[in-house]
Design a protein around this ligand. Structure first.
Ligand SMILES: O[C@H]1[C@H](O)[C@@H](O)[C@H](O)[C@@H](O)[C@H]1O
Length: 616
């Protein structure tokens, strides 16, 4: 067989395993492979038909995504009540928020090992038990230490679910639906974040014990997921085959595809797994990934995607949205909570656009388009903050309270400097667009929503026209910031939100899938903690506009990384995707050997040798 190089094409060598060849020949005879179609697209459309089961399966699995979104999102509203009821210091508040994300980073790593050993189904069930236990502990917590234990437990569940669910959905989906079904998991994550903000809004009126309902309600989807998997959802056929349970694997595949004619798909998966097993040699998986160039490349792409997702500042923007909205004129705290719910809803809505686009435009274009728009909108946000900083209102009224005279806050001459100091806030009267009697006051250490003394120390309800801005400055450029926020969500949510999860579920060969996803999911969580914990310090040193320009710059670097490294995986069988990362395969047979099969990749599309011969 000859391989021909042409401009713009890259030559990849893929080992041809017998099953795949048989399948392709079979399809070719039936005229199913067109000039530009791939083998897998053909298999997908003929075999799979309209199996509803796979949708049910995706729904129950994606409840794991819902819980991930709910439990990470609900804590901000719960904290508003908790800090009053349990008298929490800032350190405790930070601990209760970040402990969950930290625990998720660790358990995502452990999830890789558990997945390989016990399978996807048992891991998802384990995660739902952990979520249930965590929810019960949180809702009954008598003190802050028990709350911390509950938050750590919930984090363990999130980590396992975040790495297992996308893998499971990818492994049970037919190729032409896979992108959409895995992206539904991220839709559920953002849906969970939205529902969490609605629940936060609803229970924020219940000042005593409202947080118990907020944190405890997660038990409902967790129990539902457990029951679904316990009673009728099967193990991934790919994992079963890897463990040697061929009979069960065939049964499950037949059940999921709702058709008897799954033999071709079954053969291809089996063959590749057998080839991989022969080459495995019992070395630890991470070591094999690092020493095998295609798998190593996949790992770099997977971790890079997750890292840049977080470095683009999604969680900072979401967290900061209430403040952005306050800047834009929403002064009432309760109203700001509801508007944060609107932000979460926008994130959800645009993720839906991603579900719609992923199989139409493909992962690569969607991600590149999304990160470009993300970088632009981060720059719009930064320009908005820059203009606000340049026209920052001056301090023209010095507090009469003698205790505050010694504080550094009284040295600041503009709102911008005052607000960037975590210990100070800006207190002012507003009359239309006029700001008057503005002062820089110390923040109450127990409650940042009040000044330690003076006009803004009693809450603005008693003194309705005095405003307390501890993390923003009143500005007439707030519309630019608001525009930046909306653009950001519209661009980030369809691509950079879901694609890192979707692509990671697809790019690793089976032997490396659990470990690869475990590593990349932990990278996501580690950068999540890093960006959220450093945001206020970064803003203190670089100002807000500096921080957002920094995120925009990181998104630009991310763009070039993806432009160079991210292949298109749309429409391919999972077993074919690994060839996109190979100049030569190191897991399946000897390149150029008896069964060698040449495959060219153009713009990420895999072409069969029959397609190649068309162009020769
Ligand atoms: O993909 C998700 C999604 O975009 C969420 O909105 C975000 O909070 C998560 O960190 C991210 O992993």
């Amino acid at each position: 067989m000859n391989a021909v190089f042409k401009d713009g094409y890259e030559l990849h060598i893929m080992d041809q395993v017998t099953g795949r060849r048989r399948r392709m020949e079979d399809e070719h005879e039936r005229g199913l492979i067109g000039a530009h179609s791939t083998a897998s697209q053909s298999v997908g459309s003929q075999d799979v038909g309209s199996s509803r089961f796979v949708y049910i399966l995706a729904f129950f699995s994606a409840l794991g995504g819902f819980l991930f979104g709910y439990d990470t999102g609900v804590v901000s509203g719960a904290m508003l009540l908790l800090k009053k009821e349990m008298n929490l210091s800032t350190l405790w508040q930070e601990l209760l928020v970040s402990s969950t994300v930290g625990a998720a980073a660790l358990s995502a790593l452990a999830g890789g090992f558990l997945n390989g050993l016990y399978g996807r189904r048992k891991c998802i069930m384990l995660a739902s038990i952990i979520f249930t236990a965590g929810g019960i502990i949180l809702s009954l917590a008598p003190n802050k230490s028990v709350l911390l234990i509950g938050r750590l437990i919930v984090g363990l569940g999130i980590g396992i679910a975040s790495m297992t669910v996308p893998v499971y959905i990818a492994e049970v989906s037919p190729p032409q639906l896979r992108g959409q079904l895995v992206t539904i998991n991220t839709l559920f994550i953002t849906g969970g974040q939205f529902i969490a903000s609605v629940v936060d809004g609803a229970f924020s009126y219940m000042e005593h014990d409202g947080w118990r309902y907020m944190l405890g309600l997660s038990v409902v989807p967790a129990v539902l997921q457990f029951l679904g998997f316990f009673f009728f959802l099967p193990e991934s056929p790919r994992w079963l085959l890897q463990k040697g349970d061929s009979q069960k694997a065939l049964e499950v595949l037949t059940q999921i595809r709702a058709t008897e004619s799954v033999n071709n798909e079954y053969d291809s998966i089996k063959c590749i797994i057998e080839e991989e097993e022969k080459e495995a040699g019992g070395r630890p998986v991470l070591f094999r990934i690092l020493s095998c160039a295609p798998a190593r490349r996949a790992l770099i792409v997977g971790c890079g995607l997750q890292m840049f997702q977080q470095l683009s500042g999604i969680n900072t923007v979401m967290y900061y949205s209430a403040t952005i909205l306050q800047m834009a004129g929403v002064r009432d705290d309760k109203q700001a909570i509801w508007l944060s719910a609107a932000t979460a809803f926008t994130n959800f809505l645009f993720t839906l656009v991603g579900v719609f686009l992923v199989e139409r435009v493909g992962r690569r274009k969607l991600t590149l388009g999304s990160i470009t728009g993300t970088a632009v909108s981060l720059s719009v946000l930064a320009v908005g903050f820059l203009l606000s900083a340049q026209t920052s209102p001056p301090v023209n009224f010095h507090p009469s309270d003698p205790t505050s005279l010694n504080s550094t806050c009284t040295h600041y001459r503009f709102c911008e400097q005052c607000m960037l100091d975590p210990n100070c806030g800006f207190c002012y009267y507003e009359n239309g667009s006029n700001i008057s009697d503005s002062s820089c006051e110390r923040v109450d250490p127990g409650n940042i929503e009040l000044a330690a003394s003076g006009r803004c120390s009693n809450g603005t309800e008693e003194n309705p026209s005095a405003y307390w801005a501890y993390n923003y400055c009143p500005t007439s450029y707030s519309w630019i910031v608001l525009l930046g926020l909306i653009l950001y969500l519209a661009f980030f949510a369809p691509g950079m939100g879901p694609m890192p999860w979707t692509v990671n579920s697809e790019i690793y060969p089976l032997w490396a899938r659990s470990t690869g996803n475990a590593c990349s999911a932990s990278v996501n969580w580690i950068f999540n903690v890093l960006v959220s914990l450093t945001f206020l310090h970064v803003a203190e040193y670089l100002t807000y506009y500096g921080a957002f320009f920094l995120y925009a710059g990181l998104a630009v670097i991310g763009f070039f990384f993806m432009l160079g490294c991210l292949p298109e995986t749309k429409g391919l069988m999972l077993e074919e995707i690994e060839t996109l990362f190979s100049r030569q395969l190191c897991t399946c047979g000897t390149p150029g050997g008896e069964n060698a099969h040449y495959i060219r990749v153009k713009g990420g599309n895999l072409l069969s040798d029959e397609d190649i011969s068309d162009g020769e």
